[in-house]
Design a protein around this ligand. Sequence first.
Ligand SMILES: *[C@@H]1O[C@H](CO)[C@@H](O)[C@H](O)[C@H]1NC(C)=O
Length: 152
Amino acid sequence: MGLRMRVAAILALVGCLATVTESKVYTRCKLAKIFSRAGLDNYEGFSLGNWICMAYYESHYNTTAQTVLEDGSIDYGIFQINSFTWCRRAKTQEKNHCHVACSALLTDDLTDAIICAKKIVKDTQGMNYWQGWKKHCEGKELSEWKKGCEVS
Ligand SMILES: *[C@@H]1O[C@H](CO)[C@@H](O)[C@H](O)[C@H]1NC(C)=O
């Protein structure tokens, strides 16, 4: 490889790494706004506080959060949605109930993650899917979570 090619290759590689490692961590109020606009407030009866609290304990608002579980499946993104049932990781027999690539659940654009979270709440009849929610949010006074944010 010539020098110019090598420089180009290195730049391309650095560019790739930068894209892969870039992670977006939302602030609480920014999320509150996005969730509110996406219709999560009182979705299936769960107030906005439930969603903000849940996302905090699941991912600390980190859209690129990934957790590998014991069974080899992976939890993805801000809502830690699992590949075994809900998204497609590879061309395997995974159920992919949300009809979405797991990687789409790691982007700054939360559209796909929110659509999938809504489906989880509908299909499983509640928010029990999320251990973080069950442990820290369920049945608690949750209005604090949207305090100071410009949402109604
Ligand atoms: C977000 O999650 C990714 C993937 O787990 C991690 O590499 C990154 O450090 C996290 N960002 C913050 C600010 O915690």
